[in-house]
Design a protein around this ligand. Sequence first.
Ligand code: R5P
Length: 310
Amino acid sequence: MKDFTLFAGTANPELAARTAGELGMPLGECAIERFPDGEISVRLLETVRRREVFIMQPIAPPVNERLVELLIFTDACRRAAAGRITAIVPYLGYARSDKRHGRREAITASMLADLFKAVGIDHVVTVDLHAPQIEGFFHIPVDSLTAVPTLCKAVHGQLPEGVVVVAPDAGAVRMATEYAHRLGTSVIVLHKRRESGTSTRVTRLVGDVRDRACLIVDDMISTGGTIAESIEVLLQAGALPEITILATHGLMLKGARDKLSHSSVRNVFITDTILLTEKDWSQLHVISVAPLIAAALKRLMGDGSISDLF
Ligand code: R5P
């Protein structure tokens, strides 16, 4: 494996430390400070001249802060003559806006790709992109890892007999199909209409959930609205009150925990792509993606294949 330096931004230092631990190396030294007016300052405390540099920074809430910090971090590395700069963005915020619904809207996922390129990011590593086609906005390599095998292993043996996988909206069907395939079961699809940033409505259920336990899978839980609405619809359709929830990115915004603490919910599984502030929630299981990211970095630095990981 070639030599490289892994730096941690402030968004998820725990995941960065776990990843460095998996690789048996220390994190790069840097100083990240906030000026009284809110501006961010990044200083590298070690040389990166001609080195391969990895910066770990999910664009998680507060997303604008995290994004700007990543851009500033990259600028510091570029000006310090780093050889190649890879942004490890386990959760790519701003990716949900990947098309225009009306005539006068931004496509933030595309804008993000332009910003990354402009500051000098050469390569992106991410986990479970909101939609695979987002990769097409980038003109630099993007390695989108998936936490599906990691989460499947975690739920294996913890699911009730006869469980079905539920996609809470059309966008989740691909991921749900992958889970169902790995778990040897079938997929139920809900059709969701987003009425606002905080409210959604399920308009249709495709499949039969009568007397079945359900595993609802999604790429992320933000306000918890999508999952809460799905639970109601599944129970009304006759599903057993034995529901497991699984998502790669647990943003868990204010109120999400209350929405998911439904009497029919047995367990909630998420990964640590986003630093979690929720403590003492016995149903919540956080599975680390550090081994997955570390394995990917080993392959990138040894010129190995990433697809072999899955
Ligand atoms: C939407 O397309 C996503 O896949 C998630 O379903 C959604 O972002 C979750 O958000 P919330 O928890 O606020 O409903």
